[in-house]
Design a protein around this ligand. Structure first.
Ligand code: IPM
Ligand code: MG
Length: 359
């Protein structure tokens, strides 16, 4: 098993380091190799996704990714910005299926900004299409900066598009995931306004006919945003496009208390995957040792389950995370009165210790 480690920018290095420690605490044989990505790669090599980094990711069984981005790169030409690294990895590896589970841990129910009864026991799965939609329409990366400014443009556009096969394959992923859960899929669209999402709705309905055991309903994205904060437990699997999935998954993250708890998996049709926390690079707290490493540690668990065929090891990590939360350990983002405030490295060490004491 070969794992490519791409820490990236901001808090990326700190949180990935803890996840790597946790992986090494398991009795598994695997190789790791690290490379620069994002702003860090731009600084060293002049490009956010150098060929060597892309090749390393392609050759690996799985990629463990931290986060990319920093305001200091905002004035770069778009193709050179850190975010293009993660978009390039998704596109080049064909990682079209993004799983973003939002689970509210019982221990963190009061860390959510929503009332306890709304989120207690919450377990929803957002499946976001990741290689199409307005993210990859025309034009891409046309903007050229001159002295840090973008001269001359009075108008800008991006193109939203989906093809039938792109929608079909993500719909299958959603229905199959629902079969392993509570047999319910909510497809989120904006078919009342956008042609792209009328096609989305039609194709998801067609695919749904092959899954008579799964209940399908359709929801407009604005309503879905409202329902997510009104009655989130009504959802089981939510499937949607790239743009809406980006937005809804951040909203869903907060239901669980903190986006610092949310792992994600991005898979291609060969089950090769990239695993990253759902949060960003948080440059404001980078280097302070206070970032929550649990989303990355839980992403490593997803990696073991989905790409490396080690479901037991995955479960051990998830159990260890549960243990440290029960022990009352909290990074600042999930801290509440009476708990023990810890930093990034202490949290990682506590997970390693919890692993060691598992029967
Ligand atoms: C995410 C992030 C990325 C996205 C950015 C960093 C390009 O917000 O993974 O949700 O928009 O997909
Ligand atoms: Mg996002």
């Amino acid at each position: 098993m070969k794992i490519a480690i791409l820490p990236g920018d901001g808090i990326g290095a700190e949180i990935v380091a803890e996840a790597v420690k946790v992986l090494h605490a398991l009795d598994l044989k695997f190789e790791t190799e690290s490379a620069l990505v994002g702003g860090a790669a731009f600084d060293a090599h002049g490009h956010p996704l150098p060929d060597a980094t892309l090749q390393l990711a392609k050759d690996a069984d799985a990629v463990l990714f931290g986060a990319v981005g920093d305001w200091k790169y905002d004035t770069l030409d778009r193709p050179l910005r850190p975010e293009q690294a993660i978009l390039g990895l998704r596109k080049n590896l064909g990682l079209f299926a993004n799983f973003r589970p939002a689970i509210c841990y019982a221990q963190l129910v009061d860390a959510s900004s929503l009332k306890r009864e709304l989120v207690s026991g919450l377990d929803i799965l957002i499946i976001r299409e990741l290689t199409g939609d307005i993210y990859f329409g025309q034009p891409r990366g046309r903007r050229v900066a001159v002295d840090g400014h973008f001269p001359g443009s009075e108008e800008a556009f991006d193109t939203m598009r989906y093809s039938r096969p792109e929608i079909e394959r993500i719909a299958h992923v959603a229905f199959q995931a629902a079969r392993k859960r509570h047999q319910r899929v909510t497809s989120v669209d904006k078919a009342n306004v956008l042609e792209t999402f009328q096609l989305w709705k039609d194709v998801v309905s067609e695919v749904g006919l092959q899954y008579p055991d799964v209940a399908l309903d359709h929801m407009y994205v604005d309503n879905a945003a409202m329902q997510l904060v009104k009655a989130p437990k009504k959802f089981d699997v939510v499937v949607t496009g790239n743009m809406f999935g980006d937005i809804l998954s951040d909203a869903a993250a907060m239901l669980t208390g903190s986006i610092g708890m949310l792992p994600s998996a991005s898979l291609n049709d060969k089950n090769q995957g990239l695993y990253e926390p759902s949060h960003g690079s948080a440059p404001d707290i980078a280097g302070k040792g206070v970032a929550n490493p649990l989303a990355t540690i839980l992403s490593a668990a997803m990696m073991l389950r989905f790409s490396l065929n080690q479901p037991e090891a995955a479960m051990r990590i998830e159990k260890a995370v549960d243990t440290v939360l029960t022990q009352g350990l909290r990074t600042p983002d999930i801290y509440s009165d009476g708990m023990t405030k810890v930093g990034t490295a202490d949290m990682g060490a506590a997970v390693v210790k919890a692993l060691a004491s598992q029967a």
